[in-house]
Design a protein around this ligand. Structure first.
Ligand SMILES: Cc1ncc(C[n+]2csc(CCOP(=O)(O)OP(=O)(O)O)c2C)c(N)n1
Length: 289
């Protein structure tokens, strides 16, 4: 299988040069590899998305998919996985989508450890609606909804995921496509909730490329990703601000094994459509007639 085998015939309406293309490409390359390595079955890939520029990825991937509501990607993925544990479930969200509208689902899924992957296209703005502030917009960010600049504390999604029990927490960057592809492969193979915050500058409404490009660095090969204290320390190295001296780590901050939601609930191990029910629908209907 080749990455382009996931292409659809839909016209792509992202802005020319949008870093979302890099996420699409990294995902297609990662999934093609996993299919060729016989670790994933193409027919079992199921995705969902929120609402926003990121969500258009739904149109550009020839896989099973459910177009969601703003912020509801995670519960949709949760439902798909609970309904059919054979599926390889991946959610795509925006930073507004996941860290504003969908924040409660994000936090609780870190606790539940549903076996799914969440890829967040983090452009630090609500892009589709033309550049309002999101929780990861830094203090001082001037956008359509904040002409006087953001006054509040910025949200650090990496630290948030870590303190709430997430079992796979990573950061990628759209200018590092093959690194991102590697992260996606590892995330998909992880048993449990795997989360990658992907820095994706929005060329039209929030282009922070020049800020990140010289500040990113990859976590060292000797970095031990199973140590929560170290992971937390690393997560605080950059607080999504525009501080001059910041350094931005990329890679897997933390990965451990914990029982998944399905393992905690043995009733959910079998796909629901294979469960034999004692109740006969026809008898029930008769009773209510
Ligand atoms: C509940 C709800 N609130 C607001 C909207 C309007 N809305 C549609 S797209 C969007 C911006 C999406 O931004 P983000 O999730 O960051 O994704 P991006 O466009 O940046 O990829 C908003 C606010 C909506 N569709 N539903």
């Amino acid at each position: 299988m080749k990455p382009q085998d996931f292409n659809t015939k839909e016209e792509n309406t992202w802005c020319p040069g949008c870093p979302n293309f890099a996420i699409l490409q990294a995902f297609k390359m990662a999934m093609a590899d996993l299919v060729n390595e016989k670790k994933v079955k193409a027919k079992n890939i199921a995705i969902s998305c929120g609402i926003g520029c990121h969500a258009k990825i739904y149109d550009y991937l020839d896989v099973n998919a459910f177009y969601g509501l703003h912020g509801r990607t995670i519960p949709l993925c949760f439902g798909m996985k609970a309904g059919n544990p054979d599926l390889t479930v991946v959610g795509f969200g925006g930073d507004g989508d996941t860290y504003a509208e969908g924040i409660s689902h994000f936090v609780h899924n870190c606790r539940y450890n549903v076996d799914m992957t969440m890829l967040v296209h983090n452009n630090k703005t609500f892009a589709l609606t033309t550049g309002q502030a999101t929780p990861t917009s830094e203090k001082g960010f001037v956008g359509r909804s904040t002409p006087l600049g953001v006054k509040d504390q910025v949200l650090n999604p990496i630290a948030l995921a870590l303190v709430n029990g997430a079992t796979f927490v990573a950061r990628g960057y759209t200018s590092e496509v093959s690194h991102l592809k590697g992260l996606i492969k590892k995330a998909v193979l992880h048993k449990g909730f795997s989360f990658i915050d992907i820095l994706q500058p929005c060329l039209t409404f929030n282009n922070f490329t020049s800020y990140v490009k010289d500040r990113v660095y990859k976590l060292d090969k000797n970095y031990k990703a199973d140590n929560i204290d170290l992971a937390l320390k690393k997560s605080l190295e950059w607080n999504y601000s525009m501080e001059e001296k910041a350094k931005i780590p990329l890679g897997i901050f933390y990965q451990i094994k914990k029982p998944t939601f399905q393992e905690k609930w043995p009733q959910l191990k079998k796909p629901w459509y294979k469960v034999e029910r004692k109740i006969k629908n026809s008898e029930l209907i008769k009773e209510f007639k």
